[in-house]
Design a protein around this ligand. Structure first.
Ligand code: ATP
Ligand code: MG
Length: 396
C-alpha cells in the first residue's frame, strides 16, 4: 500500500435517534458539530448520506480525527476506510496489509458490490481475501461471531476496505435541545451532571458562585479548567461568576446556622434562574445526588426546588458516588476536581446542617435576612467568561 492513513471515515448515527421529522435537524446539527470539532483540519470534507456521514480526509492523518470524533455526541460508531482500485489483487493487498497491523483475532470478510458487472462476485472475493489474510497473519476465520469484520465496498471506480470500527459516545448532538444553565462548583459531581445533560443534546452555560476574598483566584481557575474539559463536547461555554460573599455573610449573620446551607442553596437557585432567563436557558442543572450529604435529602431538595420556576435537572440524583467518580475519571474531570482549593460552601461550612428542613421554618429563617439591595448589586457584579478547549499541550 502506498499510504497508511485512512481515506474516508464513515460516521453512523444511532437508529433510535433518527426517527421522524427530527432526522434532518439531527443530522445537520451533527454535521455542524463535527465541522466545528475539526476546524483545524481544513482538508477534510463532510458529505451527508441517508443513514451516515462520510468524511473525506484528503491526506489528513486519521489519528487526531479518530480522537476528535470520539468526543462528539450523537455518533453510534465510525469506521476508517482505505481506498484502492476495484481490481481483485489490489483489494486483497489492501485488506492483508490492514489486517497485518491488527492484534490476533477472529475475522470475517464481508463484501458489498455496488457494481454488478465486476469480473468476480462477492463470495469469490470474500473467499480470496480471507485466504490471503489467513496466509499472511495468525488471525482465524469465524463467520458466526467474528471479533473483527473486514468490510469491502466495491463500485464501478474503486473499492474501500475497512477493518477498524470505533464505538461512538451515543446520545444526541449538542444543540438539538434547548440550553440549560449548570450550577458548577469545583467538585466532582457538577461537571459529570453537565456532561450527562450535554449527552442528551443540551447546550450548556455555567454559573459559579465565588466568595472573594475567602475563595482564591485558584478556585476560579479550577472551575474554568473543569469547563475546559467539557469544551471537548461543545466548542465554547459561557461561565457566569457570581460574587456571593455579601449574600453568604448576610445569611451567616442573621439566620440560624443549621439553615445556612439550605438558604444558600435557595439563593443560588434564584441567581441561576435569573441568569438562565436572561440567557434563554430553559432549565437548571445541579450535581445533587440523593443522600450524598445533608443538603441532598428529599426534604432538602424539595425546599431548594421550591424557589425555582423552571425545571431543575438532577442527572445524578440516583447515582452512587463511585458511579459518579467512574464517569469523572473517564472524562478526565476527576484529577481537576480533587485539587484542594476551597469552595464558597466549605469556607462558610457549618457543623450541624439541618437534614430535613420544613418549608415554613426555612421561610422564617430567610425572612431574618434582607437580600433586597445585595441581590441586585450581586447580579450586577456578575462577570462572564468565554471558556474554550485548551490546546493539547496545556492539558493537566
Ligand atoms: P459537587 O461535587 O458538584 O460540588 P457536592 O457533592 O459537593 O457537589 P454540594 O456541595 O452539596 O454537593 O452541592 C450540590 C450542588 O450545588 C452542586 O453539584 C452544584 O450543582 C451546586 N453548587 C454547590 N456549590 C456551588 C458553587 N459554589 N457554585 C455553583 N454551584 C454550586
Ligand atoms: Mg460541592
Amino acid at each position: 500500500m502506498d499510504h497508511h492513513y485512512a481515506d474516508l471515515i464513515i460516521v453512523r448515527f444511532g437508529e433510535l435517534s433518527i426517527k421522524g421529522h427530527n432526522r434532518r435537524y439531527f443530522v445537520r446539527q451533527l454535521q455542524n458539530n463535527i465541522k466545528a470539532k475539526l476546524k483545524d483540519y481544513p482538508l477534510i470534507r463532510i458529505f451527508s448520506k441517508f443513514d451516515h456521514l462520510v468524511l473525506h480526509l484528503n491526506g489528513t492523518s486519521d489519528e487526531p480525527i479518530t480522537h476528535a470524533l470520539s468526543h462528539v455526541f450523537g455518533i453510534a460508531s465510525f469506521s476508517l476506510a482505505h481506498k484502492c482500485s476495484n481490481a481483485m489483487e489490489d483489494i486483497i493487498e489492501t485488506a492483508v496489509e490492514l489486517m497485518k497491523t491488527e492484534e490476533a483475532c477472529t475475522f470475517k470478510v464481508e463484501t458489498h458490490r455496488k457494481d454488478k458487472n465486476l469480473p468476480y462476485d462477492s463470495m469469490d472475493l470474500n473467499a480470496k481475501v480471507g485466504h490471503f489474510i489467513l496466509e499472511a497473519t495468525t488471525h482465524k476465520v469465524d463467520v458466526k461471531n467474528p471479533q473483527k469484520r473486514v468490510r469491502i465496498e466495491v463500485d464501478r471506480q474503486q473499492a474501500y476496505v475497512s477493518v477498524k470500527i470505533f464505538k461512538g459516545l451515543q446520545g444526541f448532538p449538542v444543540g438539538v435541545q434547548s440550553k440549560a444553565m449548570v450550577l458548577i462548583s469545583g467538585g466532582i459531581d457538577s461537571p459529570v451532571a453537565a456532561y450527562l445533560t450535554m449527552k442528551r443534546g443540551v447546550e450548556i452555560e455555567a454559573v459559579h458562585f465565588a466568595a472573594p476574598p475567602y475563595t482564591s483566584s485558584q478556585s476560579l481557575e479550577k472551575v474554568k479548567q473543569l469547563l475546559g474539559v467539557l469544551c471537548a463536547y461543545q466548542p465554547v461555554i459561557k461561565l457566569h461568576v457570581v460574587p456571593f460573599t455579601a449574600i453568604q455573610l448576610e445569611i451567616y449573620q442573621k439566620a440560624n446556622p443549621s439553615y445556612a446551607i439550605t438558604l444558600m442553596r435557595r439563593q443560588m437557585v434564584r441567581f441561576a434562574q435569573d441568569l438562565a432567563i436572561q440567557r434563554k436557558a430553559l432549565a437548571l442543572i445541579t450535581g445533587e445526588s440523593l443522600g450524598q450529604v445533608a443538603s441532598q435529602t428529599m426534604e432538602s431538595m424539595a425546599v431548594i426546588s421550591e424557589v425555582a420556576k423552571m425545571n431543575i435537572l438532577r442527572p445524578l440524583v440516583t447515582y452512587d458516588k463511585l458511579e459518579i467518580i467512574e464517569i469523572a475519571e473517564r472524562i478526565k474531570s476527576f484529577p481537576i476536581s480533587i485539587l484542594p482549593y476551597e469552595d464558597c460552601c466549605t469556607i462558610f461550612g457549618v457543623t450541624n446542617p439541618i437534614t430535613k428542613p420544613r418549608l415554613p421554618d426555612v421561610i422564617k429563617e430567610e425572612e431574618k435576612c434582607d437580600f433586597t439591595e445585595i441581590y441586585e448589586k450581586t447580579l450586577a457584579d456578575t462577570v462572564t467568561y468565554l471558556i474554550e478547549e485548551p490546546k493539547p499541550e496545556t492539558y493537566l
